[in-house]
Ligand binder design. Structure first.
Ligand code: MG
Length: 304
């Protein structure tokens, strides 16, 4: 056991970790690892290596790592829909796309009111199959993580997209650079991280909580849920008990639903994102700067 993998700030965190489980570095050599998504039917994890314009694959049956797709259109965040299809945020294509069961990528949404999206960053699917995604400018700010361009929309929103009707609406417009996002287990709250400090250094790095409107199509005004003490909150996930497992500069930080920081899993690189995977969904896969890490925990995503 490596006790230094954890910082326990509250007994509630002790109940979520396995004392003898230690952090494993599964693979390294990436420029910016992001967008992990666990695909149960394939027994693999996919993740993005954004500046290298490739999608990587970790095969959990033998631990091998391979390139899943290159070039891929500078993917960033991913998630699964109810049919188990991968939904992707593409910086290069400036769109949200979906990997069909026959292996084709199809475009779901590219424009809002006729203007091209900036560069979709992270995405979550609600139980009614609507797709909610953030659209900051990181993929068009330079040629490093996409293709440099001027924002046509002129703002960075969170959108709700209904694949059944094609309707797209901006649901968050009070953030500088909305980034990671996730619903509470009962889907009454949408949590969204704002990484706007990259463009406005005095802006606090926060996760904000937005109550979902009773018509389920929009959001009430948001409020600050947590403020990051180290770097920025980027991607994060919510477990079935409503705890938030989030990225930060030095660790995976775990917040109870009441907003208390209850503990940390120390990571030797800047954490960009994470997801629950494995056959029991109790393995936390962590993309951090140049590496993919994993650690077994006593937590599961909603539905498990
Ligand atoms: Mg992100």
């Amino acid at each position: 056991m490596n006790a230094s993998d954890y910082e326990i700030r509250d007994p509630r965190f002790s109940a979520l970790i396995i004392g003898s489980a230690r952090l494993e570095r599964l693979s390294t050599g990436y420029r910016w690892a992001e967008g992990p998504v666990y695909v149960p039917a394939a027994k693999h994890l996919l993740w993005s290596d954004i500046p290298n314009d490739r999608l990587m694959r970790f095969d959990e049956t033998d631990g091998s790592v391979s390139v899943f797709e290159k070039p891929c259109g500078y993917h960033n965040g991913h998630t699964l829909d109810a049919e188990g299809r991968v939904i992707a945020c593409e910086h290069g294509g400036r769109r949200v796309s979906r990997l069909e069961h026959d292996g084709r990528w199809i475009s779901l949404v590219e424009r809002h009111d006729g203007r091209r999206l900036n560069s979709p960053n992270d995405v979550v699917v609600k139980s009614d199959n609507t797709i909610w995604f953030s659209d900051p400018t990181y993929g068009i700010d330079s040629h490093y993580e996409g293709h440099a361009a001027t924002s046509e929309i002129g703002h960075s929103h969170v959108y709700r997209f209904d694949p059944k009707t094609g309707a797209l609406s901006a649901v968050v417009d009070d953030m500088v650079r909305p980034n990671g996002l996730a619903f509470s287990p009962d889907e009454s709250i949408l949590y969204v991280a704002d990484t706007g400090a990259t463009h406005q250094p005095d802006l606090p790095a926060t996760i904000r909580a937005y109550k979902v409107r009773s018509d389920r199509a929009g959001l009430e005004a948001g409020s600050t849920f947590a403020t990051c003490e180290a770097g920025l909150f980027d991607g994060f996930r919510v477990d079935r008990a409503g705890n938030i497992w989030t990225s930060s500069a030095d660790s995976v930080r775990v917040y109870a639903p009441d907003g208390a920081l209850i503990g940390r899993i120390l990571i030797p690189e800047i954490v960009a994102n994470l997801t629950f995977g494995g056959p029991k969904r109790n393995r936390l896969y962590i993309t951090a700067q140049t590496s993919l890490y994993a650690i077994y925990v006593k937590a599961h995503p909603p539905g498990w």
